[in-house]
Ligand binder design. Sequence first.
Ligand SMILES: [Zn+2]
Length: 327
Amino acid sequence: MAVASTTMTDAFTPSADELLAENAEYAEHFHDSDLQVAPTRHLAVVACMDSRMDIFKILGLGNGEAHIIRNAGGVITDDVIRSLCLSQRFLGTREIVLLHHTDCGLQKVDEPEFRDQLAAELGVKPWWSVEAFTDPYEDVRQSMRRLRMTPFVAHKDHIRGFVYDVEVLTEDNELTLALKHLGYACISPMQCVVRTDVMPTWTTLWRQRLRWKRGAMENLLQYGVTKVTIPYILQHVLMFLGIAFLAFYFALSAASIAVFGDIHFHPLWLVPAAIFMVERAVTVRRNGWKNMLIAAALVPEWIYELFMQGCLVRASSDVMRRSAREW
Ligand SMILES: [Zn+2]
């Protein structure tokens, strides 16, 4: 951040009145009046103030379960230590969870430059540290180290730090890449079956797949070319080759119709077609004969495949254009 200006040029409407109206509505349906003041999980969470992070939702916490202490960066500062000291000594918390995140505003601040700027503008240097950082993973470690060193936090047996990735669309996929890069193998018991929610309409299917495909490609871009990502990258190359071949096939068919007036079938190609029909039918045998018939007809799946290819093309264009993520 080169310039941190205090002047706002856009028209601005304060929210307080609207919030009061919202609160009146909230009070109508308020049922938590019997909550005790001490957090029931004996837990304190220290998190960044980033407006995209709903700490309760992210961690599945309920009202009354934890202290949530937030500041810019979720950094362990003197004031956080003050809050944790009170939290542990008066309200019985025993566990501390730190929650930093990617794309944090503090990663974009040049600390010395910002300090100089403040000093020049205000005539006084800030007496606090900006706590800017570049690597959120290292910063969360730094915060954990500070907690271990302070005498004011008594309970240090359960301190854990996490980085919430604000960018990742497909968390399961990212988690797999993260674990593999750490040297773990991802295995599942033989009896495990992958089940995917069936999307009831083409629109919802499109949205779901777009999110998955975009998420998967963005994860690969984030990790770059590594021993772990190469197979996934090759998989994507194959998918794009598939799209190119199908487009080529359509172009050829169109050309054939234009030149000869019809599509000329070569009997030889009936053999691979037959193999495909059997293969498709056998693949879905567990779902009954009706599904086997549909699969053997090939055309329905072909239409579905075209739909998926369209989705992949759209997802790649979204990745390249960095279009807005609306989910
Ligand atoms: Zn932040």
